[in-house]
Design a protein around this ligand. Structure first.
Ligand SMILES: [Fe+2]
Length: 380
C-alpha cells in the first residue's frame, strides 16, 4: 500500500495573501523570527487578518531548539488559537508544526512518530495551521517532519507525523522578492537536491515522481535566473520548492543529504549549500549502479543526452551561483583530515542513507569525501 500526503490546499500567486481576508479565526498565533518582523512581513500578514486577538511569537532561531519550541507552546496554551500561522523559513515552520500538537498533548516531542495515533492520545486538531514560507527550498510547508535541536543532549530530534503537515500552504511571491542572493542560491540547491534525490529514492512512487520531475525542470530553468534577480523566475522557484517538498516528502531524500547533513553540522555550512555541494558527487557514485538508467531518463527529460551531461550542468550551476563545489574551498586539508573519521561515521549513521539507491560502505564513504575534497569525478 502507498499513500500520498499533502496539505489540503495550496494557495499561490502574487496576491495569495489575500486568501487570509476570508479567515474567520478569532484568536491567531503568528510564529516567526526576528528578521520577519524587521522586514515587515509579520505586519503584512497581521494587517490582512480580521482576528480579535493576535499574538506574535518571534523568538525562533536557526536550527530551533526544543526549549524555544516549548516557549512557543506556552504562548499557544494561553491563547488557545484557532489558527496558527507560520511566517518564515523551515525553522519557523518546524516550530509551528510541533506547537500545534504540543499545545494540546503533554508528550515528549520524541514520542511523535509516523506511527503515533495522536487522536487516541486526545488530540483534537483544535487549531488550523497555515504555512507562509519565505524561502524557496526546504519544502517544510508540505512535509510531515520537524527538525528540532535538543541542546542539553546535543542531538537532533525529528518528530514526524501526518498531523504535522500544514492544512494550507500559502505561496505569495512578495515574501521571496527580497530574499538575499546567497539564500536564493543555497535554498534553491536544497530544492534541486530534494527533487533529484526524491526521484531516485528507493521509496519513489508514481505520485512523488510527478512532483520531483516537474520540480527539476522548473529549477534547472529558473534557479540561475532567480539568482540574477529575475522576479518571474523567483516566483517559479517558490512553487518548485514546494513541488519538490511534495515529491521528496513522499519518497525521501538520499546520500547527498547524508553527506550534506554531516559535513554541514561539523563545519557549520548552510544546509542547502552543503547538500548541493555533494549532489554531483553522489550522482556520479550512483552512475555505477542500476539507478543510472533513471538518471539518464531524468537527463533526457531535461534536454541532456545522458546523466553525465546533466551532472556537468549541475556543477556549472553551482559555480554560477558562486557556491563552493569542492570541500577544499571550505576547509583546509588539516581540518578535513582531523574530522574525516567523524565525518565518515556520522554519514554512515545518517537516517537518509537507507533510502538511497546505492549504499556505500565505510571505504566508499571515505573515498567520496576525499574526492569531494579534491573536486575529482567519482569513478568507482
Ligand atoms: Fe534538504
Amino acid at each position: 500500500m502507498w499513500t500520498f500526503t499533502s496539505p489540503r490546499l495550496i494557495v499561490y500567486g502574487e496576491d495569495a495573501l489575500s486568501f487570509l481576508e476570508g479567515e474567520k479565526a478569532v484568536r491567531v498565533l503568528i510564529v516567526a523570527d526576528e528578521s520577519m518582523l524587521k522586514l515587515g512581513y509579520v505586519d503584512l500578514v497581521k494587517n490582512t487578518l480580521k482576528a480579535e486577538k493576535i499574538e506574535i511569537f518571534s523568538e525562533v532561531e536557526p536550527e530551533p531548539s526544543i526549549e524555544t519550541t516549548l516557549k512557543c507552546v506556552e504562548v499557544a496554551k494561553k491563547l488557545q488559537p484557532e489558527l496558527i500561522l507560520a511566517v518564515g523559513g523551515g525553522s519557523v515552520i518546524d516550530v509551528a508544526k510541533a506547537t500545534r500538537i504540543l499545545m494540546e498533548l503533554e508528550i515528549d516531542p520524541i514520542a511523535i512518530t509516523p506511527f503515533t495515533d495522536l487522536f487516541e492520545l486526545g488530540y483534537r486538531r483544535k487549531a488550523k495551521f497555515i504555512a507562509i514560507p519565505t524561502t524557496s527550498g526546504t519544502g517544510a510547508d508540505v512535509t510531515w517532519t520537524s527538525i528540532l535541536t535538543d541542546k542539553a543532549e546535543q542531538r537532533k530530534l525529528t518528530p514526524a507525523n501526518r498531523e504535522m503537515v500544514p492544512d494550507i500552504t500559502l505561496l505569495d511571491y512578495r515574501f521571496v522578492a527580497e530574499m538575499p542572493r546567497r539564500l536564493v542560491a543555497g535554498s534553491g540547491m536544497d530544492a534541486l537536491t530534494h527533487a533529484i534525490e526524491g526521484f531516485v529514492s528507493v521509496w519513489r512512487n508514481e505520485f512523488s515522481d510527478a512532483f520531483c520531475e516537474k520540480a527539476v525542470e522548473i529549477i534547472m530553468e529558473n534557479l540561475e535566473k532567480s539568482y540574477k534577480g529575475d522576479l518571474e523566475a523567483r516566483a517559479k522557484m517558490h512553487i518548485a520548492a514546494t513541488m519538490a517538498g511534495l515529491g521528496f516528502g513522499n519518497s525521501q531524500v538520499g546520500l547527498a543529504h547524508s553527506f550534506g547533513h554531516t559535513f554541514g553540522a561539523i563545519f557549520k555550512l548552510h544546509h542547502g549549500v552543503s547538500v548541493g555541494l555533494f549532489l554531483p558527487y553522489v550522482m556520479q557514485f550512483y552512475l555505477k549502479s542500476e539507478i543510472k538508467s533513471r538518471i539518464d531518463l531524468l537527463a533526457r527529460k531535461n534536454g541532456f543526452q545522458n546523466a553525465e551531461e546533466l551532472i556537468c550542468r549541475i556543477i556549472d550551476l553551482i559555480k554560477n551561483l558562486q557556491l563552493p563545489n569542492k570541500l577544499s574551498e571550505i576547509v583546509s586539508r588539516e581540518e578535513f583530515g582531523d574530522k574525516l573519521e567523524s565525518l565518515v561515521m556520522n554519514t554512515l549513521n545518517d537516517s537518509s542513507l537507507g533510502m538511497s539507491p546505492r549504499i556505500p560502505d565505510y571505504d566508499q564513504v571515505k573515498k567520496i569525501y576525499e574526492y569531494a575534497f579534491e573536486g575529482k569525478w567519482i569513478d568507482f
